[in-house]
Design a protein around this ligand. Structure first.
Ligand code: ADP
Ligand code: MG
Length: 230
């Protein structure tokens, strides 16, 4: 499903080149859920952005369903990202002047889906993530946890192959964090969707059956574990 092969990445600033990721290799099977654990600055967001096709690696390859995304031209990559990749941000990134339902519909607007179909899909996903009664409200009228549920619904509305989440509970209190992680685990189980969840919190990583640990841009551990119930 997802394969990362010999991936390295450096940022260049003037004459200075800083290696941020070095020789990363791993695979995630279809329907798998992995947490990518590491302290701040270890390269998690860079790796996630590379896997989501938001930037191109210095060397190495990222395959999603057998296709090397770094080789795609701009149009193909944009289309691929719109249809195959879901992304969940720490700060939700909802559009404040659109209603909750319109936020969830937005990726389908870009795909040219008819309003009636968009609306049905958005409402069905809002129900699925537990806020079916909030569609007509604006994001600012919701709690942080509810806003992240909207963002999760939006990430799923195009029926992507894989969903990347960058510190999805980073702005939430412990109880809400637990609820959001439980929701992601449930969606992974019931929809068979593939998830990669970036976190710097051991508590989050403890809930997933596989943990990939990054330290200073290197993959230092790829562990399978029994999950700890909340
Ligand atoms: N656009 C950039 N230009 C230069 N350095 C960057 C850029 N983005 C990230 N970095 C550096 O790369 C390292 C890893 O950053 P990041 O991937 O954001 O780590 P994490 O998400 O684990 O906190 C950090 O040292 C950071 O300063
Ligand atoms: Mg980060």
């Amino acid at each position: 499903m997802l394969a990362v092969r010999g991936l390295s990445h450096s940022f260049t600033n003037g004459t200075e080149t800083t290696p941020v990721l070095q020789q990363i290799d791993f695979e995630v099977e279809a329907g798998g859920l992995v947490s990518l654990l590491g302290s701040s600055g270890s390269g998690k967001s860079t790796l996630l952005n590379l896997m989501a096709g938001l930037m191109k690696p210095t060397t190495g390859s990222i395959l999603i369903n057998g296709e090397a995304i770094e080789r795609m031209n701009e149009n193909r990559l944009a289309e691929f990202r719109r249809s195959q990749i879901g992304f969940i941000f720490q700060s939700y990134e909802l559009i404040p002047h659109l209603t909750v339902r319109e936020n969830v519909e937005l990726p389908l607007v870009f795909q040219g889906v008819r309003p009636k179909v968009r609306r049905e899909k958005a409402d069905s996903l809002l129900t699925r993530v537990g806020i079916g009664d909030k569609g007509a409200l604006f994001p600012s009228q919701l709690s942080g946890g509810q806003q992240q549920r909207v963002s999760i619904a939006r990430s799923l509305v195009t029926e992507p192959a894989i969903v990347f989440a960058d510190e999805p509970t980073g702005n939430l209190d412990t109880k809400t964090e637990e609820e959001i992680i439980a929701l992601l685990l449930e969606l992974n189980g019931t929809l068979g969707l593939t998830f990669v969840i970036v976190t710097h919190e051991l508590e989050v990583a403890k809930r997933t059956r596989r943990v990939i640990h990054l330290r200073d841009g290197r993959l230092v551990e790829d562990r399978r574990q029994e999950v700890t119930p909340p």
